[in-house]
Design a protein around this ligand. Structure first.
Ligand SMILES: [Zn+2]
Length: 409
């Protein structure tokens, strides 16, 4: 995987290549960022960059020991060192996840009866999973290996294997690289790695790719150089969806806005792209504000039928509209002009947010967001949809009408 294959993250990759070129890179990095932002892909592309023969200038006699001080030449032209070449033998192997000096460690379940399972036991499944789902999360991975309810784990035995692998001489590249995905799954046995992190053998690079800072061993956290990987811009997500011909520009925009910088979520939402959340939301709000209880009961019955997954997505859409409303409010409602929106979808969301703003103060918007968050939580835990949405309708009515009481003495 090259940097150019990654969605967005241009600043982070620039930061990484700069640190490498300027020799400011620690031997142990922690890529920290939320699900669906492509941190693992960034780690893969960076590892490929480090082993790439052209970046290293291995196609030219070297004069010093500095790995990245050379100026490799390609067809008489200086090689652009902002990305790996994608063509040398090291790049080809890295792209297929079979480079002998790039090691992977990830959560697994126990499959061996006679000894503890290690990542290598599942490397074939892992390669297939990552190549097919570059933006997948640990839940997807554990599902893919049919872990069902078993907890994934990075075992003590795995830590011993890592130490062994990194102590060996490298095979083809100057560097030996470990990419550990989800160090959150390391229990206290992770402390076995501390010595390795503190005093690594020469030319070792360890990249820990994590999502949740709180779940990482503090001893590892304090010994690694933090690289924060931000969420993706909606524009980058939309552009990718269109480039991959997954949907049209308008729909891509709607999905990108709702996915909140998470490409995995964008792909998931895409599967339900035909659903018209805007219409459903309009009906609901009308039944609450205008048409009254009979329309509310009908709406609740309809929404109870669409199933948990879609209910969740609908609530997510509503939450997105609400956060948009909060932003508009912060800018002053005068800033609201649907005609300035970039496309129809954005205009619809802005239009709806504007209408909600005419009904609600800040506190009411906040109260609505809280209600929607709560409802999402309960939907995820299998609450009875009819009761849940009925109660939610009443609460929203209460929140919204509160303002009318204030406004109309
Ligand atoms: Zn290369």
């Amino acid at each position: 995987m090259q940097f150019k294959d990654i969605i967005g993250q241009t600043e982070t990759r620039q930061h990484l290549t700069d640190m490498l070129q300027q020799n400011r890179l620690s031997h142990a990095l922690l890529f920290l960022g939320k699900e669906g932002n492509g941190s693992l892909n960034l780690a893969r592309a960076f590892a490929q960059y480090v082993v790439c023969e052209k970046v290293n200038g291995m196609n030219k006699p070297t004069t010093g020991t500095s790995l990245f001080g050379e100026e490799p030449i390609s067809n008489g032209q200086p090689f652009d060192k902002s990305d790996s070449c994608g063509q040398c033998s090291a790049c080809m192997k890295a792209a297929k996840l079979v480079h002998p000096d790039i090691h992977f460690s990830f959560p697994i379940i126990s499959i061996k009866k006679d000894r503890p399972t290690v990542s290598n036991d599942m490397i074939t499944e892992w390669r297939k999973f990552i190549l097919e789902n570059p933006y997948g999360n640990s839940y997807d991975w554990l599902q893919a290996i049919e872990a069902e309810n078993k907890q994934g784990n990075i075992t003590s035995k795995e830590c011993e294997e890592i130490i062994k692998k990194l102590m060996l001489k490298s095979f083809e590249s100057k560097h030996k690289i470990l990419i550990m995905w989800m160090p959150e799954y390391l229990g206290n046995e992770g402390n076995k790695l501390l010595k390795l992190i503190e005093e690594p053998p020469a030319d070792t690079l360890m990249i820990f790719v994590a999502e949740n800072e709180q779940q990482i061993l503090p001893t590892i956290l304090s010994r690694t150089q933090l690289v924060k990987v931000p969420m993706l811009f909606a524009s980058a997500i939309a552009q990718q969806l269109v480039e991959d011909k997954l949907t049209d520009a308008d729909n891509a925009q709607q999905i990108a806005l709702m996915s909140e910088g998470n490409y995995r979520e964008a792909l998931r939402l895409l599967q339900h792209a035909d659903d018209n959340w805007e219409l459903l939301l309009r009906d609901w709000m009308n039944s609450i504000v205008r048409t009254g209880p009979a329309a509310q009961v009908k709406w609740v019955e309809d929404v109870a039928k669409i199933g948990r997954e879609k209910q969740k997505q609908f609530l997510q859409y509503f939450n997105h509209v609400l956060s948009h409303a909060v932003r508009l409010k912060a800018m002053g409602d005068a800033a609201f002009d649907p005609s300035l929106a970039e496309n129809e979808t954005q205009s619809a969301i802005s239009g709806f947010a504007g209408k909600i703003n005419r009904l609600c103060h800040f506190d009411q918007l906040e109260a609505l967001v809280r209600e929607i968050d709560q409802a999402t939580y309960h939907v995820e835990r299998n609450a009875n949809a009819k009761i849940l949405f009925h109660a939610l309708t009443i609460r929203i009515y209460y929140i919204i009408s509160n303002k009318s009481v204030i406004l109309v003495p």
